[in-house]
Design a protein around this ligand. Structure first.
Ligand code: OSB
Ligand code: MG
Length: 374
């Protein structure tokens, strides 16, 4: 079946609340959605999870557009594709730009699953019918506000609470949360805000029975993390440092981390995600699926991915209503007592709502396509 058209749409969506990490605060999400349409007018969807500025990764909303328009879509047009696994292969000489690659690769996976009339979860080999979910809480102005937030989400049933930390907003914050909630699954995410000079501070977190500390040190490091892991009991989880299966293998080989956070965008798509999943499963490395403040399309891809059995820890993919007044998919993602049911309709399993897209649309570009997806 040929892909006859690819449509790139830029949306602007305001989040319900600003989200603050050690690298900055986000309120308005600018999002590229990609739609790949085949000859039978079946559509596959992908979402660029890049930020407005290159703070989490070097990619931005607009670099993903450039890559898609000027590099990746033309490359796809060069030759037929027989299976979505070949998309990653086609892009292998293009350095970096994993979020851009994942945007179109994940849309082709969705289209492929719909053409086969199976769910994306099934296409990926996922077996779970429901997944456990946690929540990620941004840095708050004061601890009482944070405690109120934690209380709300624990009451709703979220299975794991992740709290963003940075120097000066770390040990006391985590201590207060732990004191008030002695039994919850709790973790911290530093988004690279520390260095090895901070070992003393980070070691204080060891008393709090945290599931893990996520990416305490530099975004591109695995060496210092190994040194830190040797000095603290709390498991280190790597996020920013892992861009591929190779990165994951090296990080584990030198004991830089004990847990891996997988983000489909960060590793360049679902094919690479599956490889990292398989490696973690074979080697008993706890794995979970991270979030990037996605709207419904990205959320749906995360949910399908998390249906694979190697995702042994609750992920970051919360309900649509966590960030959005209204999501662009029907139905929205809902969480019941800490679980999301894997949808049973083909592909991503949620319908993209075109009226809502029109409401948030800034730009639309159409590309004629000759890609055969057979
Ligand atoms: O480090 O996991 C992160 C959001 C944007 C960029 C990086 C991160 C995050 C989150 C939010 O923690 C996770 C989510 O709820 O989508
Ligand atoms: Mg993180």
């Amino acid at each position: 079946m040929n892909i006859k058209e690819i449509i790139l749409r830029k949306l602007k969506m305001r989040m319900k609340h600003p989200f603050t990490t050690s690298f900055g605060t986000l309120l308005d999400r600018y999002i590229y959605l990609i739609e790949v349409v085949d000859e039978n007018n079946i559509s596959g969807w992908g979402e660029s999870v890049a930020g407005n500025y290159p703070l989490y990764s070097e990619e931005t909303v607009e670099t993903t557009r450039h890559m898609l328009e000027d590099v990746l879509i033309p490359l796809l047009n060069e030759a037929p594709i027989y299976h979505p696994d070949e998309v990653n292969e086609r892009f292998k000489n293009i350095r970096g730009n994993n979020i851009a690659k994942a945007t179109i690769e994940s849309a082709i996976w969705d289209l492929y699953a719909k053409q086969q009339n199976i769910t994306l979860a099934e296409a990926l080999g996922g077996e779970r019918k429901q997944i456990e979910v946690g929540i990620s809480l941004g840095i708050q102005d004061n601890i009482d506000e944070l405690l109120a937030l934690v209380n709300g989400f624990v009451t709703e049933g979220y299975k794991r609470i992740k709290i963003k930390i940075k120097p000066g907003k770390d040990v006391e914050v985590m201590q207060r949360v732990r004191d008030q909630f002695p039994d919850i699954q709790l973790m911290a995410d530093a988004n690279s805000a520390y260095t090895l000079n901070d070992v003393e501070t980070l070691a204080k977190l060891d008393n709090l029975n945290l599931m893990m500390i996520e990416q305490p040190l530099a975004h591109d490091d695995i060496i210092d993390h190994a040194e830190l892991q040797a000095q603290i009991k709390t498991p280190i989880c790597l996020d920013e440092s892992i861009h591929s299966l190779e990165d994951a293998k090296k990080a584990i080989r030198i004991n830089s981390c004990k847990i891996i956070n997988l983000k489909i965008g960060r590793v360049g798509g679902l094919t690479e995600s599956k490889k990292i999943h398989d490696f973690c499963l074979e080697n008993n490395i706890p794995l979970w699926c991270g979030g990037m403040l996605e709207v419904g399309v990205g959320r749906a891809h995360n949910i399908a991915m998390t249906s694979l059995t190697g995702f042994t820890l609750p992920g970051d993919t919360a309900a649509s209503s966590r960030y959005w007044e209204e999501d662009i998919i029907d139905p929205e993602v809902t969480v019941n007592n800490g679980y999301i049911n894997i949808p049973d309709r083909p592909g991503i399993g949620y319908e993209v709502n075109r009226e809502k897209i029109a409401k948030y649309l800034l730009e639309e570009k159409r590309f004629n396509c000759r890609v055969q997806l057979i």
